[in-house]
Design a protein around this ligand. Structure first.
Ligand code: IPE
Ligand code: IPE
Ligand code: MG
Length: 246
């Protein structure tokens, strides 16, 4: 069910999606335009994360998935990768109060194997600390790839078949969905991507099947409340047919 609320400053009605996914792109470009090092863009991106997270929670979004580090991002220069994880660690500690104040429950989507022990420790601690929060669920996609998630799901199902716990013919959409990293999260209603790029970049391949796409031209560090509201207003204008005739 979509929640609709009137929004006085803007024309028309603001439709708040139940589930939102964001490909936070353009940190490097933002920094370059400002004559700064790429890493400064990532640093500024944290402020945009805080704004989007708190605003989504305030508006009543139930689930928000933020693409923070893709499986493919491991191929970036080590210096940039190290800095990104340093920022992530800082975020995990410094934003705990924000998460608790807004009753947000943190989750992780992605593979744990390549994550350093200190990153995993902070991630697990913050996840545990927020586990009883009953507000918005926020999943950080870190070391995440949509294809890799499907590979992991297929392996889990294959293991069940091999153990005699699952019949091949019992593998249906529901079974595959249940083997994803967070089957409890609703599929995104809207997928927002910043910095004008019109591609999925291996994000939530299974889950975005019927997501509405919203591309914002602003780079992630500049993505503020007004851009999020613009995305939701755009979403509110979409006619979702799910293959049917309305
Ligand atoms: C997004 O910004 C952040 C991550 C992918 C971690 P980019 O670093 O991709 O910025 P651009 O695309 O180079 O501008
Ligand atoms: C996607 O952005 C990954 C994240 C936002 C974490 P990229 O900048 O890595 O994607 P491409 O390379 O433009 O497809
Ligand atoms: Mg990019």
């Amino acid at each position: 069910m979509k929640k609709s609320r009137p929004h006085s400053e803007q024309e028309g009605e603001l439709v708040v999606p139940k589930s939102v996914a964001v490909i936070m792109d353009g940190n490097g470009r933002w920094a370059k335009q400002a004559g700064l090092e790429r890493i400064r863009g990532h640093e500024r991106g944290i402020d945009a994360v805080r704004t989007t997270v708190t605003e989504c929670a305030r508006l009543g979004v139930e689930a928000l998935v933020l693409y923070a580090f893709s499986e493919e991002n491991w191929q970036r220069p080590k210096r940039e990768v190290d800095m990104l994880f340093r920022l992530l660690k800082r975020f995990l500690v410094e934003e705990r109060a924000t998460l608790m104040d807004n009753r947000i429950r943190l989750l992780h989507s992605g593979r744990r194997e390549r994550l350093a022990a200190d990153v995993l420790r902070l991630l697990d601690e913050t996840i545990a600390m927020t586990a009883d929060n009953d507000g918005m669920r926020l999943s950080l996609a870190i070391s995440y790839g949509g294809r890799q998630e499907l590979v992991d799901a297929m392996r889990a199902l294959a293991r069940k078949v091999a153990a005699g716990d699952l019949l091949p013919d019992a593998i249906d959409e529901r079974a595959i969905h249940a083997a994803l990293y967070h089957p409890e999260l609703p599929d995104p209603d809207v997928l927002i991507r910043t910095a004008g790029e019109q591609r999925i970049s291996n994000f939530l391949l299974w889950q975005v099947s019927y997501a509405e796409l919203h591309v914002s031209d602003v780079c992630w560090p500049e993505f503020g409340k007004e851009h999020l509201l613009a995305a939701f207003r755009d979403y509110g204008r979409r006619v979702r047919k799910f293959g049917k005739v309305l």
